[in-house]
Design a protein around this ligand. Structure first.
Ligand SMILES: [Mg+2]
Length: 239
């Protein structure tokens, strides 16, 4: 099959990084108990992602640039991801990172791991003196539940003929994953897929994903998801 048309969209926090970096930042510099309560409200669907980040930034007690850098530099990534990136390169599969977290640490971690070639879409976090500033360049009022609607990046970066794959673990992946032909899920995303009878492959790390995609590559034709096709169609019509 024509492998140049396979596109992989992958979440960052908890999927590539082993911890949710965005939350760790706010747990470190804010009142942790209160921050955890805010995150749990988000996880239970009481507040939106954007409301969650706005509340977390209001909950900051102090901020220190050097400490932020140390925190980020100590966040491990799933080491099987690097091998997966190489596998994708070898097979002309494009990867895009879609994140509900922030560019500041994604860029720094990708640089550290020699993965800076991977394009990513994320919210913005800037340090100005002793202040932390966040903004949402991709926020779209048509998708108010998301601070960075991942499905928009999926649609913008793939055609209807491409075979799209989604890899994720959490709340911000639930809707977006359904715009892809194949879903790899763990943790909250896995539970969501099970509960809503959305077909998916479970995964523990990127070796599992590599194995499944290798099987796909040996097939003559890939079966695209009709559900994903319908989702894309509705999105085009809404434009
Ligand atoms: Mg995640």
């Amino acid at each position: 099959m024509e492998s140049s048309k396979i596109k992989v969209f992958v979440d960052f926090d908890g999927t590539i990084s082993l911890l949710d970096v965005g939350r760790e930042i706010f747990y470190t510099f804010g009142n942790k108990e209160k921050a955890e309560e805010i995150v749990s409200q988000f996880q239970n669907g009481i507040i939106t992602s954007r409301q969650c980040w706005d509340l977390l930034i209001k909950n900051l007690n102090y901020f220190n640039h050097q400490k932020l850098i140390e925190l980020i530099d100590n966040i491990p990534i799933d080491q099987t991801f690097k091998d997966f990136v190489q596998f994708c390169k070898n097979n002309h599969i494009e990867i895009f990172i879609l994140s509900d977290g922030f560019d500041f640490y994604i860029e720094r971690i990708l640089n550290r791991e020699n993965l800076k070639d991977i394009p990513f879409y994320a919210n913005s976090l800037k340090v100005e003196g002793e202040k932390l500033l966040i903004s949402f360049p991709y926020f779209n009022p048509d998708y108010p539940h998301s601070s960075n609607p991942k499905m928009i990046h999926i649609i913008d970066n793939s055609s209807d003929e491409d075979f799209t794959i989604y890899i994720g673990d959490g709340n911000s992946d639930k809707e977006a994953a359904q715009y892809c032909d194949l879903i790899f899920a763990k943790d909250n995303l896995l539970k969501h897929c099970e509960k809503n009878r959305i077909s998916f492959y479970p995964f523990k790390n990127f070796l599992d994903i590599k194995e499944q995609i290798s099987k796909l590559l040996s097939k003559k034709r890939l079966r695209k998801s009709y559900q994903a096709f319908l989702k894309r169609k509705l999105a085009y019509e809404a434009e």
